[in-house]
Design a protein around this ligand. Sequence first.
Ligand code: URA
Length: 434
Amino acid sequence: MIFTEIIKRKRDDFALSREEIVSAIRGYTDGEIPDYQMSAFLMAVLLKGMNKDETMYLTDAMLNTGRIFDLSKIPGRKIDKHSTGGVGDKVSLILAPLVASCGVAVPMVSGRGLGHTGGTLDKLESIPGFRTSLEYNEFYKILEKIGVAMMGQTDEIAPADKSIYSLRDVTGTVESIPLITASILSKKLAEGIDGLVLDVKCGKGGFMKELKDAEALATSITSVAKGFGKKCVSLITNMDQPLGNYVGNSLEVIESIECLKGNGPQDLMEVTLTIGREMLVMGEKARDRDEAMVMLDDAIKSGGALALFRKMIELQGGNPEVTDDYSILPFSKDKKEIKAQDSGWISEIDAYEIGVVNLLLGGGRRRKEDAINPGVGIVFEKKVGDRVKKNEPLATIYYDKVLDGEIEQRFSSSIKIFPKVIEKPPVILGSRRL
Ligand code: URA
């Protein structure tokens, strides 16, 4: 097939056939299609969209460039969760051991932070020794032994997504519903899971800023996953302000451990438990969401979820003592408290801006190959809806040696105080279950 013709057909809004999509993905993965042509194709998809069939063909073509894990010998249903990416989103670190401690196997392949969003792998790797680049056999053995393992995407898992995602990142083609659907599902279906709970982040700090776009993405992923015979529920959750009180890699590990000890903040626990309930029902360990809630609660109260997290850290080469001794984590000693300029109620903490501040502090990366500083970040004392008095502390910034005035200014401008009462915003904004 001539790729230029496929690009033109998408540009002119025709629906592409399975053969055309397979030839595009194979051609690019085999190196026959150059980046400039693939970029034009991706832009045509972003502008013209794809129907459900085309999105399924694309997902399938990308999935089949790599290997699909066979977890059939591991008893019970294997259920994973995935987030579309946000700021302060450490849900996977809490949820994976929590759900696994209730008896549902969680084979989790996670990503790194890029741009303003954080990544599960970067957070885990701030635990000294923790390895996320596992071979399949090691991943399998850990999963078989304790019911949970967390690793990064390897060259074996949907390699087409790996190269296409890098290209999308530099060609303005990330924010496309069919491309995001195929990117997420090609990786998740490669894990050999039975079901998936998706956390579609909506708001300033997510890819989807508007509720209608988040709903469209949730519908697309849920229906394509169903087309592949998988159970899938998508939740739409608020990403206007950072999730939880801590942003930054080591800091988010500490907050995750605190959640597993039963000391988690309300918004973070609500997202975690809402996703966890769905996973236990989907995994057929709980009859309904009420029963699932009791199980999750017990797993935290009994210490079972925390013990499993420790076990996973140990088996993946990390120091499990971290759950009792946070000084093991790399941590910036330089800090600055930011105080309220006025009295009133916090009306906004712009999650995008906070993500950028963390990136500028050194906690994130602009390009995939950039190194990060796990010790920097922000601890919030107040969240949206909280009352604050002038000169009361709003947050503490942890920085490395020098705090750039521009970063501090950007941070302060991202927080707004209003003279009248502001209600706490809702955390769960909607769901899709087809
Ligand atoms: N996360 C992914 O894995 N892929 C996307 O395209 C967007 C978010």
